[in-house]
Design a protein around this ligand. Structure first.
Ligand code: GLN
Length: 321
């Protein structure tokens, strides 16, 4: 019903207004100097269901870099390139309870297999597995998959990449440990180049909402009516997103929001709502949600973004539990 749909979008605008100011209580991820310059009061949201119905509000069209959200895409790309068993031989499927860039377990638990692909150690390993011999070819694997899902070539933020490349000492340390333990299929500098470039791919909330939608349909793109990746990969990555996608707040997020999601330190959150049989609302056939709010909390998640998602899950009963 177009009239009530229009009303829903007006509500969405009100909710964005309500949570926007929360950003002023947080900080942008200034350990990557270029991200420190983002506007803390930005907040935007984009929702799209499997019929193509869209709802958006606030700063939904402000570009931001994928950062850790790229870990979802490179994992899918690596599974497509090498097969699930090959990838899971080098990275586990367990949450850690450590910070996303923590190094501690790589030495503590021999042989240092990364716990999951949603933390940096796991994501760097996965990136090294992508098809291709050169960093350019490996990066292309992830780019091509994004392009297929959002229908255009995403832009690249050279400024963020340079800023992070220069300050990536911790990621370098992680990569050297992984190399020492035999988990990397690339040279350290090459894999860092690919990993940090994939983090610097630029998107809007609409782009990640589209990817969230395809995940919700188990790899099927309902807009272009084609299977982009197999259902098995979709189920695996959604399990990883639910248990590890929101860093050390993944448990609380699962309990209080209850849907697979992945955040990035740039303030983006990509969430995926599965189809539901027992409810009657706009999103019963599943939807993708993209959020951007650059001020983050101590775990690295968008402050206003997570509160907005909590609100949405109350209103629409999104939780899978
Ligand atoms: N590029 C960032 C890093 O490696 C991504 C981290 C994140 O979004 N959590 O530190």
């Amino acid at each position: 019903d177009p009239i009530s749909d229009f009303k829903e979008e007006k509500y969405l605008e009100e909710w964005v207004m309500k949570y926007r100011s929360l950003g002023m209580k947080g900080r942008c991820a200034d350990y990557i100097p270029a991200l420190g310059e983002s506007n803390r009061s930005d907040l935007g949201v984009y929702m799209i269901n499997s019929n193509g119905f869209e709802m958006k509000a606030g700063d939904w069209n402000v570009p931001f870099t994928l950062q850790s959200i790229s870990k979802v895409i490179s994992f899918i790309a690596a599974c497509l390139d090498r097969g699930i068993p090959y990838v899971l031989n080098r990275v586990d499927v367990e949450p850690t309870g450590d910070a996303f860039n923590s190094i501690i377990r790589l030495e503590m638990h021999k042989p240092g297999k990364p716990f999951n692909p949603m933390i940096n150690a796991g994501a760097i390993t996965v990136t090294s597995l992508l098809n291709g011999d050169s960093p350019e070819q490996k990066l292309e694997s992830t780019y091509a998959l994004i392009e297929k899902m959002i229908g255009k070539r995403p832009t690249f933020n050279e400024n963020v990449f340079q800023s992070e490349w220069k300050t990536a000492n911790r990621n370098r340390a992680l990569a050297y440990y992984l190399k020492e333990n035999g988990f990397l299929e690339s040279e350290v500098e090459d894999v860092l180049m690919v990993y940090l470039k994939q983090c610097s791919i630029e998107v809007t909330t609409k782009d990640i909402a589209l990817i969230g939608l395809i995940l919700s349909q188990n790899g099927y793109d309902p807009i272009h009516k084609r299977q982009v990746f197999p259902k098995q990969i979709a189920k695996l990555i959604k399990g990883l997103m639910l248990t590890c996608g929101m860093y050390n707040a993944s448990g609380k997020f699962a309990a209080f929001v209850g849907i697979p999601a992945k955040s990035g330190v740039s303030g983006g959150v990509m969430a995926s709502v599965p189809a539901r049989c027992r409810q009657k609302n706009l999103f019963q056939t599943g939807c993708g949600i993209g959020i951007y709010g650059p001020a983050i909390d101590e775990c690295g998640n968008s402050l206003a973004g997570v509160e907005l998602l909590k609100h949405l899950t109350e209103v629409y009963d999104f939780s899978i539990f």
